[in-house]
Each structure stands twice: as C-alpha cells, then as structure tokens.
Design a protein. Structure first.
Length: 168
C-alpha cells in the first residue's frame, strides 16, 4: 500500500495546511511512497555545474567523453537537490518539514540529459525520543530512479519528525 492510499481517507493529499501534515504517530514501518517526476536536460545540468560543481564531465560533452563517465553527467549534488525537491513535493507532508539528522548516500549510476527522475521511499524505522518527547526519529530509504528504473541516487536518512500534541 502506498502512503497516499494509506492516508487518503484521513488527510488531504498535497495540502499545505498545518493540520493536514503527518506526525510521528501517523507513520509506520514499511510505508512506501513515490514522488512525482523531474525531467533533467543538458541546459539544467550545465547551469548547475557552472555555479556549483564546475568539472569537465558536468560542463561539456566533448570533454566528458574522455572521463570515466564517457559523456555528460549531472553533478551528484544536483541529483541530490532534485531528490530533495521531489521529496518535499511528494505525498509525505511531514509536520515541521523534512528535517534531516544524518544519513548515508551513493550515486551508483550517472544521471544523463533526458533522464526522467522519480523518488521511491520506504520507512525503515521509527523511534520516539525519550529525551525529546515532542519528536521522534524516522529512518527512510530513498532511491532516485530514472526512466529505465536504474538507481541514480540512493540514500538512507534519519529525519526528525514531530509528535502530535493536544493542539494538532
């Protein structure tokens, strides 16, 4: 069951109203959700690289051919930023926002111009915090995949999630 199916009857999907946001108590291990998509093009790859990661394999097709990528590839940090955007716009609307507390990540496959990216995520662990009873930690595994279903970015991240209060 997807997150949207699981919460459809209780919450307004895509709503930005504070009362429609999910709290720690609304989540469960095994919950899965998928983001929308983002098509990445050469202009976007080069513009990001010029500003933040100006390496030849992100800037120029000809220069990129002679690198380990064998062609133009998006910066991993660009893919990470797209992943964050897709997560924020997904059906997982957390009370307090998506607040990271650490994690691990990898880029197993290059992202190329023309790729269409989506993020698939699953909740792996939920831990209320004894020291902070107003919140808990949620571990989520996310994979950013292209249209060929190849994983281009994978991350396991711990998120700080608010608990429900009497006012929620």
């Amino acid at each position: 069951m997807t997150l949207l199916q699981d919460i459809k009857e209780t919450f307004v999907a895509g709503s930005d109203e504070p009362g429609d946001r999910l709290h720690l108590e609304d989540l469960h291990v095994g919950l899965r959700y998928t983001s929308g998509t983002h098509a990445i093009d050469e202009g976007e790859i080069v513009a990001f690289a010029r500003q933040y990661d100006p390496q030849p394999f992100h800037l120029d097709h000809n220069a990129a051919r002679d690198t380990l990528f064998g062609g133009l590839a998006a910066s991993g940090w660009h893919v990470a930023a797209i992943t964050m955007r897709l997560q924020v716009e997904s059906s997982l609307k957390l009370a307090g926002g998506i607040v990271g507390a650490g994690g691990e990540f990898a880029w197993p496959t290059p992202t190329r111009p023309g790729d269409i990216l989506r993020v698939e995520s699953e909740i792996l662990e939920i831990k209320p915090l004894r020291s902070r009873p107003d919140r808990g930690m949620v571990t989520i595994r996310s994979e950013t995949r292209n249209q060929r279903d190849e994983i281009v970015f994978a991350l396991s991240v711990r998120l700080v999630v608010q608990r429900r209060t009497d006012n929620d």
